[in-house]
Write a protein that binds this ligand. Sequence first.
Ligand code: DP6
Length: 345
Amino acid sequence: MTSFFDKFVKINAQEFTSKWMAPSNIAFVKYWGKRENQIPANSSLSMTLSECRTITQTHFIPSDHLKVELFLDGKENPAFSKKIFNYVEKLIPLLPVLSKVHLKIETSNTFPHGTGIASSASGMAAIALTMTDFLYHCSGLSKTLDFYKEASFLARLGSGSACRSLFGGFTTWGEYSSNEFATPLEVHESFKNLNDSILVVSSEEKKVSSTSGHGLMNDHFYAERRFTQANFNLNRCVSALQSGDMDLLGSILESEALSLHAMMLTSPSPYILLLPNTLKAIEILLQFRRDTKIPVYFTLDAGPNLHLIYPESDKKNVLTFINSELSHLSEMIIHDRLGDGPVLC
Ligand code: DP6
């Protein structure tokens, strides 16, 4: 895989500006647990979103050493600057040109701050895209389809789930396709217009970060069984997505969400990210589905917010249901849907 980057080893830094939009994604089969170098312990599968996204412009200036300045919504953010500096510094052995550049990064998210929606996937994907663009510019090479694979590889080294935000539609990452970058997955026509309404149950910052949660899987009593379950679910999820089986897809979605939280509940240092309103919303949703047979299913990421996944054909009924029965349990609702992937701005 490093051969991808061999063509950039001898390039010199040139002044360049690149601006990209990258979307967030929601995992249907969860990445939870990793090995060295951001290699996932199991395969995962996600749906790329459309509305939750990050827009990032990076100005690359030749310099005698690496320097990173990051501005979030126009305001310098020293904590993020440091985080990105550490990330870019780790890439220098692979891409020596990065030791001779000053990165001025301006970034903003389309989703409001403090929604509990992780910006690391869209954020790292957008930065990786601007860096890959810079590499191509300095090398004088023209871009091929490998461009997105390479950006996915670089995004993965910043945040695992970010590598899946480089493609529209559905993507897999892990042994099923490749551990090093994500790969798009063709799905049945009926899933090309799935919706994801996100119930922001709490916008408070998580008590335990995802990165620490992955770490707790290293000594987890159930780790190996969980990795086996995820790989098993991934194969079933791919067949549900390719055959158009919404009920099978929905049952995997919910099982994966609960298994993810079960890992937190049973980890060596147990913790709970679910809130009373998360459980109330799940109960109301399950009752609604039993009563109406409308195929709306939930998933969760590493937090209390509920993602409701449903087909476009049921949108009207689901929105009425959300507004009348669930909105009082959440601080805010973001209506998102399947997206087409990153865009050069
Ligand atoms: C629960 O990608 O945020 O959202 O690689 O340490 O940055 P790092 O972790 P991150 O973990 C995401 C975990 C998850 C499941 C998923 O997106 O697959």
